[in-house]
Design a protein around this ligand. Structure first.
Ligand SMILES: NC(=O)c1ccc[n+]([C@@H]2O[C@H](COP(=O)([O-])OP(=O)(O)OC[C@H]3O[C@@H](n4cnc5c(N)ncnc54)[C@H](O)[C@@H]3O)[C@@H](O)[C@H]2O)c1
Length: 372
């Protein structure tokens, strides 16, 4: 069988739950082969290598030293992101990191400074706003279909990880929690639509300090909660849009929308920003009812696949040939700084100014021409 010439060889560090979504997504491209997988638990790396017919596996150090690896995909838990990214950059690799870029904005900034000094690209998740929903909503805002946006809402409820993930401790520790674990999808989607954030004020709570793990294949029975599991905030974007957020792992269910954007001429209802492809709804001042916006892109993956990752890695690889980098490290750092401000904000502290800025990512080319 003829295989396409690889545009870049991928090495993946972290052979856990999300690995299969990356293996699937990168295989979908055909020319972004995973040539090596590594984990501090080499047995896990071997199991994923066998499952996905990946030619090499081993320790992270062996992966960094492998001259065949061009881009390192860092899908370790958030607390390990900074260290893995640092070591991969030091070995001369480009890096795509899962979210958040690091467990703190300070560590993420150190990674970015290192990447700039080394002339390497550092990019980061989430990449879901590159999908049909994110791009269709972006085209609607850019074309003025809802007039001038002035407000938005963004709500996260519990994804019930402790009922599904065998070792969910990191979801409740620094770098996790609803704000840093799910918030990246929401804030990246909002910055894609409305531009960067200027100010944040908020407050938070930890209603249940210990969580029972009920996943059938659990390796722990209980996890300690060390980050807020409910946060509420108000953001103000540089362009003046007011955004109200409620991010919670404690709310068991809700009927509130994932994201809505309110403009002077209408409202956009945006689906779960953890996924690439789903309908975006619009209701304009003169509309009797909601209607579905025609997608500006074809579906970016098989609609039957719940979890698909790899478009961000492709975005990084395309940027190596001069295309715009949408999932840039600067964008991921800005999202992280906003989320950190939401998580740490107290009413007593008052409003926090966001130091970093980020340009709105360029629309995906096909979506841009469709909306022209
Ligand atoms: N699980 C999901 O559905 C999901 C979805 C999207 C994004 N993510 C993100 O992907 C990342 C990984 O999540 P996961 O659920 O796969 O985690 P996981 O705990 O299942 O797997 C992480 C793997 O990384 C390994 N590891 C830990 N520290 C390491 C280090 N220093 N060097 C090398 N390997 C190391 C662990 O041994 C483990 O095999 C997180 O940032 C998470 O936010 C997860």
């Amino acid at each position: 069988m003829n295989r396409p010439t690889p545009r870049a060889n991928i090495g993946v560090v972290g052979a856990g739950v999300v690995f299969d979504a990356y293996a699937l997504g990168l295989a979908w491209y055909g020319d972004l082969p995973v040539v090596r997988v590594a984990d501090i638990d080499v047995g896990r790396a071997r199991a994923k290598a066998e499952l996905h017919a990946i030619p090499a596996y081993g320790t992270p150090e062996e992966l960094y030293a492998d001259p065949d690896v061009d881009v390192v995909v860092n899908i370790t838990p958030p607390v390990a992101h900074w260290e893995v990214t640092r070591d991969a950059l030091a070995a001369g690799k480009h890096v795509y990191s899962e979210k958040p870029l690091a467990a703190t904005a300070e560590l993420a900034r150190a990674n970015l400074d290192q990447a700039r000094a080394a002339g390497r690209v550092l990019a980061g998740a989430p990449d879901t706003f590159l999908g049909t929903a994110g791009q269709t909503a972006r085209a609607a805002v850019d074309r003025g279909l809802i007039g001038t946006p002035f407000a938005a809402t963004s709500f996260v409820r519990s994804p019930r990880v402790e009922t599904k993930h065998p070792n969910p401790g990191f979801f409740y520790q620094p770098g996790g929690g609803p704000t840093l674990d799910w918030g990246p999808y929401h804030v990246a989607a909002l910055v894609n639509l409305l531009g960067p954030v200027a100010e944040v004020v908020g407050t938070s709570a930890i209603p249940t300090p210990r969580i029972a793990v009920t996943a059938p294949d659990r390796v722990v029975d209980e996890v300690e909660v060390t980050v807020p599991t409910t946060t509420a905030s108000i953001l103000r974007t540089v362009s003046g849009v007011i955004v109200s957020t409620l991010y919670s792992f404690d709310i068991w269910d809700m009927t509130l929308p994932h994201i809505e954007v309110y403009g002077t001429e209408g409202t956009l209802n945006i689906p779960n920003p953890n996924h690439h492809d789903a309908p975006v709804l619009i209701k304009r001042r003169t509309d009797a009812d909601w209607s579905e916006l025609p997608p500006v892109l074809p579906p970016t993956c098989d609609p039957a696949v719940r979890l698909f990752r790899g478009h961000g890695v492709n975005d990084l690889v395309e940027s190596l040939s001069g295309e715009p980098l949408r999932v840039s490290g600067e964008f991921a750092l800005h999202v992280l700084e906003v989320l950190e401000a939401i998580e740490q904000s107290t009413f007593a502290d008052g409003v926090r100014a966001i130091k970093s800025t980020a340009v709105q990512p360029a629309p995906v080319a096909a979506a841009d021409s469709a909306s022209a």
